[in-house]
Design a protein around this ligand. Structure first.
Ligand SMILES: Nc1ncnc2c1ncn2[C@@H]1O[C@H](COP(=O)(O)OP(=O)(O)OP(=O)(O)O)[C@@H](O)[C@H]1O
Length: 331
């Protein structure tokens, strides 16, 4: 049994003048089926307006679909009583893009993080504080931060606070809706790493929603591509972006595979040239994680594999399936 199973879900929004039946109908999600297994991350990628957030809200129990079913831990969410839904929601958490509006600016961090604990658990004030301190530690913040207010933190730190709140009840599934999109690139990498570590440590499952296929590729186990409300393609192995076949997926991928899309240029350095001179620099946005990263020959090189393999680079050349070089071993 999958942790989450969505079956043929459709959501239509009606807006504008509906009195005479002239309201505009938007089919935000059309006939979508998707499963998330325990301990895995499904990356949901697609451009703005394709229905990703609506699907996320349906999963979170925040937006009832017009048709279709959502099963979470084997229970049909929208056919459950409100009491049963409250129990299921404990295991379903979310981290949004806008960390500023996710926290109450007038509350201290202790109160913000302990909110779900107070809603669901009957802990003494001392136990509650102990849990908040533990959560701050888990997300890489200091015990002293418990007494601070949101305005005293950077964007990345605030997102860590939102993550601490999301994991407070040890949930099973977290919907990460553009959770890193508002952060600086270097901070994005730190938060992605934190999410990867937490997933492993607490056997979490994620639905990682993003328009950024590089980020999705970095964190996800499998990828679903959404286009105009539909899931047009799913791949089982997020490490192999070349498995994406749908023309829209390839369009999304295009900007990643070409290291310098703004110049519309495909690099064609030879492998040996790269190794001897390290003349090319990495166009990948997580390059700082990989201080000696080097971009190699041509558009077939999935740049993220540079990062995923740490200091090892993989070079795909015609006639050569793959050459891997450990950059630590070259001067
Ligand atoms: N409450 C609503 N009322 C009417 N239309 C809506 C509502 N919410 C979303 N939509 C419409 O549904 C479609 C899908 O929106 P959604 O926010 O799910 O897309 P998205 O892929 O998450 O985009 P973004 O990345 O920009 O948030 C859009 O056309 C949007 O305008």
């Amino acid at each position: 049994m999958s942790l989450l199973e969505i079956k043929e879900v459709t959501k239509v929004y009606k807006s504008g003048n509906s009195l005479w039946g002239k309201g505009k109908m938007t089919e935000a999600v059309k006939d979508v089926s998707l499963a998330i297994e325990e301990g895995t991350c499904v990356g949901l990628v697609g451009e703005s307006g394709c229905g990703k957030s609506t699907l996320g809200k349906i999963i979170l129990g925040l937006e009832k679909p017009n048709s279709g079913e959502v099963f979470f831990q084997g229970k049909n969410f929208y056919k459950s009583t409100s009491r049963q839904q409250k129990t299921l929601r404990r295991d379903l958490q979310v981290v949004f893009q806008d960390y500023h509006s996710s926290v109450n600016p007038k509350q201290k961090i202790e109160k913000i993080i302990s909110e779900p604990i107070r809603n669901y658990l009957n802990l003494s004030p001392l136990e509650e504080k102990k849990r908040v301190l533990e959560l701050l530690e888990i997300v890489g913040l200091s015990h002293k931060d418990i007494h601070k207010y949101p305005h005293q933190f950077s964007g990345g730190q605030l997102q860590r606070i939102c993550i601490a709140k999301a994991i407070a009840l040890k949930p099973k599934l977290i919907v990460l809706d553009e959770a890193i999109s508002s952060l600086d690139v270097s901070v994005q990498a730190q938060i992605l790493n934190l999410l990867v570590d937490l997933k492993k440590e607490f056997n979490l499952s994620y639905l990682f929603i993003s328009h950024d296929i590089e980020a999705v590729d970095y964190i996800a186990d499998t990828i679903a591509v959404m286009y105009l409300g539909r899931i047009v393609e799913e791949i089982e192995d997020a490490n192999d972006l070349t498995a994406l076949r749908h023309p829209y997926s390839k369009k999304l991928l295009g900007s990643v595979l070409n290291p310098y899309p703004q110049e519309g240029k495909v690099l064609d350095f030879s492998f040996d040239e790269v190794i001897s001179s390290k003349k090319a620099s990495c166009g990948c946005k997580y390059a700082e994680r990989c201080s000696q990263a080097t971009t190699v020959c041509g558009e077939k090189v999935p740049l993220l594999s540079l990062v995923k393999k740490g200091h090892k680079i993989a070079c795909h050349r015609e006639g050569v399936k793959e050459e891997v070089v450990d950059l630590n071993k070259i001067s």
